[in-house]
Design a protein around this ligand. Structure first.
Ligand code: FAD
Length: 324
């Protein structure tokens, strides 16, 4: 797939910005909070909730963090004022993780305090391997302070992830809460699986491990095999729509959360599958990115992972294969 994606990525710099905007409209909810809120209000329905992300990452100096701090502050206000069933997703490098760990921790603490007062959960998106450990360490640090409304993402493609699940569960106990995905960053073969089947097998193992360890498990994949496997595995654990989570090692159900698990989808991707799961009673969450930096962000993601370019092109040319 990436063989076909690469030539598309090479052509991107020559595509006029307004065309990129037009295509990306399906995946990015707009440039500001009002536009994001309006997309969310249109998508609101039974068993559908949201996680909202301010686009951008890896700031170059700490003064840039204030843009994200202000935006996340305003975003929390908007979630509360509009009574939206949503949590927020944050890229730790946007708060300064690669520059100043102590300042990043202060920034995150401020966001978590405000979110926690309003029963809003905060997800730390997982970025490339430079920050895997420091992102997990941030979660430990916040839980030690009693701020349990934060959890990380783990990437099935990394060899380390199974160990990370065991360790995080032993540290955060009944407050363990993960998003599990394949991982968008193409990591090298000394630290990660690079073959499609191996990545799928690893994600599946991680889902089982999370469920066995009592963790809240947010399955973030559009892959039919992963979704089908998860449904079987949930059944084996006695979990499902309208069933109280029976796992002895599970935490209590928190506001805005499902019965020990949920399914997550990116805005614009496989809406039909998401609606089918929601109709069956499973909690589904849509990841809604917005922000003024949509162009730089989209270009960077496409360059890093040309497979996405193929998915986007297919969805654009054959829209019936992938409804919003
Ligand atoms: P794929 O095999 O890539 O996709 C399965 C099918 O879904 C494709 O055949 C295609 O039909 C459709 N599809 C997938 N992507 C697209 C697209 N962009 N456009 C159109 N169709 C598409 N990765 C991280 O590294 N860190 C994170 O914090 C993170 N957070 C995520 C949050 C959510 C809610 C989701 C859903 C994904 C997240 N990811 C994150 C990305 C993830 O790691 C994968 O790169 C991405 O989801 C593609 O893998 P897949 O399992 O969906 O399977």
């Amino acid at each position: 797939m990436s063989i076909l994606g690469r030539p598309i990525v090479a052509l991107l710099p020559f595509v006029p910005r307004f065309i990129v905007r037009w295509i990306s409209k399906r995946y990015v909810a707009g440039e500001n909070i009002d536009q994001a809120m309006s997309v969310i209000k249109k998508l609101r329905s039974n068993n559908t909730c949201f996680t909202i992300d301010v686009l951008g990452e890896e700031i170059k100096n700490m003064s840039e963090a204030s843009y994200f701090m202000n935006e996340y502050n305003a975003l929390l206000d908007a979630i509360i004022d509009n009574d939206i069933d949503a949590n927020i997703s944050i890229k730790p490098t946007a708060l300064g993780l690669l520059i100043d760990g102590a300042e990043t921790s202060k920034n995150l603490t401020k966001i978590l305090l405000k979110a926690s007062k309003n029963n809003i959960f905060v997800r730390l998106d997982m970025e490339d391997n430079r920050v895997t450990q420091s992102t997990i360490d941030l979660v430990y640090e916040m839980h030690k302070k009693g701020l349990n409304n934060v959890g990380t993402v783990l990437q099935g493609r990394l060899f380390r992830t199974e160990n990370d699940i065991e360790k995080i569960c032993s540290m955060t106990l009944k407050n363990s809460d993960f998003r599990i995905c394949k991982g968008i960053y193409l990591e090298s073969n000394d630290i990660a699986y690079t073959n499609h089947k191996e990545i799928v097998d690893s994600v599946i193992k991680c889902i089982d491990l999370m469920l066995e360890n009592g963790a809240y498990t947010a399955i973030a994949s559009h892959d039919d095999d992963i979704i089908a496997y998860s449904l079987d595995s949930l059944k084996k654990h006695g979990m499902g729509p309208e069933l109280i989570d029976p796992r002895k090692n599970a935490g209590i159900k928190l506001p805005g959360k499902g019965n020990g698990y949920e399914f997550q989808f990116l805005l614009g991707v496989r809406g039909d599958e998401r609606r089918k799961l929601a109709k069956e009673g499973h909690l589904t969450r849509v990841y809604v990115p917005y922000g003024s930096r949509w162009y730089e962000y989209s270009m960077r993601r496409l360059r890093e992972n040309p497979e996405i370019a193929m998915h986007v092109t297919k969805a654009f040319l054959l829209p019936w294969t992938n409804r919003r």
